[in-house]
Design a protein. Structure first.
Length: 488
């Protein structure tokens, strides 16, 4: 009886010659390719990362302690793939797509390659959707479009992760799939992030891809690519996807460690010469796609860490050049008690302004200039004994702006609430209140609007324009809330 040839799988075999930390040097496997998976036995897999004169260099995706020199290695003859599908929603998986939340195995709909080229221009269309981040400062002054790549840049403990989590929480009831990719963070930091998502009922539409600081370095390098592949599964099916990479500085550290163990020559700050190519290959996968290719979008929020506010560092400057804008968090602004601690002078969004709702664009059009005048007059007022009436008005309006745009952690604001606060600021309707009363007004305006004029906030968001009838209703609600705050 003839043997059905299509059932025969030919596998090359090699042997482990040497193990160096997370890199195995393998003899044999003459036909393997870069990015190909190899089976190293004992449940450990590896991915081909390079070659030297007579051996294959394999990145170990697992525990290197389970391997021994001389052990057989089998080539699987396929690229590195991860399971993707709807079943991943609400789950936490590692960089290989394996569940790490103690739940049942994931029932994958298909296997998707982690490494793939970015979609060509013929698959894309101009960004035409507004991504609500829940941050009043960002939505008003640094708007983000669906399909945009935005960098969150700043020193440690300045609020970058908080903004990323707020953006995920704000996607509730907006038909947007979110992916939180944790790279190199502590286990306690990951637990806090997941607990926050759970408390705000954001986990049902979120996938958590975790590669903490105690995970193998290979998995820390792989995690962002796996997260992008999971997002692409939903984007090609017409869904909007938001991916938060927290953070890409740790990803660069992981790739630097891998590269040095591969004996690749180091360059600036000991990073390999292709670090820019590796991360731009990842970030270019974001975009807004046309109807022939799903009609969905993938928005990337990449977190990057600076050292003492140095924005010219190698990795921060690399990432800034491959993104469509940046939100800079300042230690000095943070020390002044402003939350989120965003430096407006260094923050920008290149394409977000085109998709920003007209009501926010109109009400926030003069905020940057007002903020610049406020900071300048404030600095001069500290040097002189008195200020003019005009300067006093500038200071009062600037102080009001700082109070109304303040935001507590993990309490995102909708477009309607942001529009009400911007309207009160633009029309100077709460300037007569002292700071404590303005703070009470800020905290109660959304609840007062929902009670006094049900449906107003939803109508403001749905219409998106400052219409005369809406303007009258907004002004009435603001005056009532301001009067209540003044009497309290």
């Amino acid at each position: 009886m003839p043997i059905p040839l299509f059932r025969i799988k030919v596998r090359e075999k090699g042997q482990i010659r040497d193990i160096r930390e997370i890199i195995a040097r393998v003899d044999g496997l003459p036909s393997c390719l870069n990015g190909q998976i190899v089976d190293m036995g004992d449940g450990v897999q590896g991915i081909v990362m390079g070659f030297d004169h007579d051996s294959v260099l394999v990145l170990i995706l697992g525990d290197p302690a389970r391997l021994r020199m001389g052990r057989d290695v089998a080539s699987i003859s396929e690229p590195f793939k991860i399971p993707v599908g709807e079943a991943l929603l609400g789950r936490m998986v590692d960089a290989l797509g394996r569940p790490c939340d103690g739940g049942e195995p994931v029932a994958a709909e298909e296997q998707a390659p982690a490494f793939r080229g970015s979609p060509p221009l013929t698959h894309r269309r101009p960004a035409d959707g507004f991504l609500v981040t829940g941050s009043k400062m960002v939505d008003a002054l640094i708007p983000i479009a669906k399909g945009q790549r935005q960098l969150l840049l700043g020193d440690r403990l300045t609020g970058k992760t908080v903004l990323g989590l707020d953006a995920i929480i704000s996607q509730r009831d907006r038909n947007c799939v979110c992916i939180y990719c944790c790279v190199g963070k502590s286990v306690s930091g990951l637990e806090k992030a997941v607990a926050m998502l759970h408390q705000n009922k954001a986990l049902p539409y979120t996938v958590v891809v975790a590669a903490t600081d105690n995970a193998p370095v290979g998995e820390q390098y792989m995690a962002p690519f796996s997260a992008a592949s999971i997002g692409e599964f939903f984007a090609v099916r017409g869904r909007d996807v938001l991916v938060v990479f927290d953070d890409l500085t740790k990803h660069a550290w992981a790739y630097r460690e891998v590269s040095l163990l591969l004996d690749r020559p180091p360059g600036r700050e000991a990073y390999p010469g292709d670090i820019f190519y590796v991360q731009v290959q990842l970030m270019e996968r974001a975009g807004r796609f046309n109807e022939q290719h799903g009609g969905g979008s993938m928005t990337f929020l990449g977190v990057a860490e600076t050292l003492q506010g140095d924005l010219t560092g190698y990795i921060p400057s690399n990432l800034a050049s491959m993104c469509d804008g940046q939100i800079v968090f300042s230690t000095s602004v943070f020390a002044e008690g402003v939350r989120p601690a965003i430096d407006f002078g260094l923050s920008l969004s290149i394409i977000g302004g085109r998709v920003q709702p007209p009501i926010l664009r109109e009400l926030a059009s003069g905020l940057r200039a007002d903020y610049a005048r406020y900071t300048e007059v404030l600095r001069l007022s500290r040097l002189s004994s008195g200020v003019s009436d005009e300067s006093r008005h500038t200071l009062d309006k600037g102080n009001t702006m700082m109070v109304l745009l303040q935001q507590a952690q993990n309490q995102p604001a909708g477009i309607g609430e942001t529009a009400l606060l911007l309207y009160a600021l633009d029309r100077e309707l709460v300037m007569q209140l002292n700071p404590a009363q303005q703070k009470a007004f800020r905290k109660s305006i959304a609840g007062h609007a929902a009670q006094s004029d049900p449906g107003l906030l939803e109508e403001v968001e749905a219409r998106g324009k400052l219409l005369p009838e809406l303007e009258k209703r907004m002004e009435r609600v603001i005056q009532e809330c301001a009067a209540a705050a003044e009497e309290a």
